[in-house]
Design a protein around this ligand. Structure first.
Ligand code: CP
Length: 360
């Protein structure tokens, strides 16, 4: 059963095919109006969302299917202590496909092991948000004619920003993409993404604290919100929350065809005076997301009955290894076994199969 937990679960050819399907849906929506007739999408949102949940639901409705689900963990039996695995097993009896958002990193992966139907990760903590990445790539593709030969700046919370992590992993699959990482020291991109994604794929990158200095060289500026909900120490959040504010005045230094992207919601990091600028593409991103989610639902449902690839995952279990990530699903679900994959044999690096954090 194919699930999409991380953007790297899709090849570049598959992402390009999804963009072709999304373009075709835009050109001829009537052709797809009954494509998911009698199919049900379950949206399991244990964490707040406006865009992702509603665009998944709109996507399924526009494909002629229907939607069940919840938008608040407190209205589900997880509030009584039901595990993610049991929840997934239950929903697998009612629906054909699941979109799940969860504050615990690795929760959608656990769901994919037990649901018996495809699971799409709609955002798990600070880990991954693959369908936002599909929306980001489709927007870049539509605005720039492709995803190669670009200088892409990521600005703001690069530490906890799951959309940043997923988009960098996706761009690593394209050619000649240069990355500019703009953040305060406390919110720099995690070292393992620099090492295991950017450097491993031979991407050129720089780190800087200055948005103003970086702006003139960028083809894409990906702004992010400093996420209050990810901070354990709110004093640190208060100190960092206004680190970067893009204004119409600052935008004057940018290329005339630069695209400003933002996964949204924004707080104040993009001033509303930027919205009227033709380079502001973040509301186009919202619309593109729905078409890419339609394309992904179609693909996963079409593949559902195909024989499974030999995908048994190799993992290591040992009393000596524990996941180091306090936000991982294994930190709260006691029945789950800590399991690891070796990502760097030379240096003996083991990473959690659920959330990718290092073993301790
Ligand atoms: N971009 C995004 O994930 O938005 P929501 O949190 O509103 O779903």
């Amino acid at each position: 059963m194919r699930s999409i937990i991380d953007i790297v679960d899709l090849s570049t050819d598959e992402i390009d095919a999804l963009m072709q399907t999304a373009s075709d849906i835009i050109a001829d929506p009537d052709k797809y109006a009954d494509a998911c007739k009698r199919k049900k999408l379950a949206t399991l949102f244990f964490e707040p969302s406006t865009r992702t949940r509603l665009s998944f639901e709109a996507a399924m409705l526009e494909l002629g299917g229907s939607v069940i689900g919840f938008s608040d963990a407190n209205s589900s039996s997880s509030s009584k202590g039901e595990s993610v695995a049991d929840t997934a097993r239950v929903i697998g009896c009612y629906a054909d496909i699941i979109a799940m958002r969860h504050p615990r990193e690795g929760a959608p992966y656990i769901a994919s092991l037990y649901a018996g139907i495809p699971v799409i990760n709609a955002g798990d903590g600070g880990h991954c948000h693959p369908t936002q990445t599909l929306a980001d790539l489709f927007t870049i593709y539509r605005e720039k004619g492709g995803c190669n030969d670009l200088t892409v700046g990521f600005c703001g919370d690069l530490k906890y920003g799951r959309t940043v992590h997923s988009l960098i992993s996706a761009l690593a699959k394209y050619h000649n993409v240069r990355i500019v990482l703009i953040s305060p020291d406390e919110l720099r991109l995690p070292g393992y993404i620099k090492k295991e994604v950017i450097e491993k794929n031979g991407m050129e990158y720089v780190e800087t604290k200055s948005l103003e200095d970086s702006l003139p060289e960028l083809d894409i500026l990906y702004m992010t919100r400093v996420q209050r909900e990810r901070f354990e120490d709110l004093e640190v959040y208060e100190r960092l929350k206004d680190s970067y504010i893009l204004t119409a005045e600052k935008l004057q230094a940018a290329k005339p065809d630069m695209c400003v992207l933002h996964p949204l919601p924004r707080v104040n990091e993009i001033s509303v005076d930027v919205d009227a600028d033709p380079r502001a593409c973040y509301f186009k991103q919202v619309e593109n997301a729905k078409y890419m989610r339609m394309a992904l639902i179609l693909k996963l449902l079409a593949e559902k009955d195909e024989p499974e690839a030999d995908g048994a995952e190799d993992f290591v279990e040992s009393e000596l290894l524990k996941c180091s990530n306090p936000r991982c699903i294994v930190a709260v679900e006691q029945e789950l076994k800590h399991r690891f994959k070796c990502t760097d044999k030379e240096n003996g690096v083991y990473r959690c199969i659920y959330c990718d954090a290092k073993a301790k």
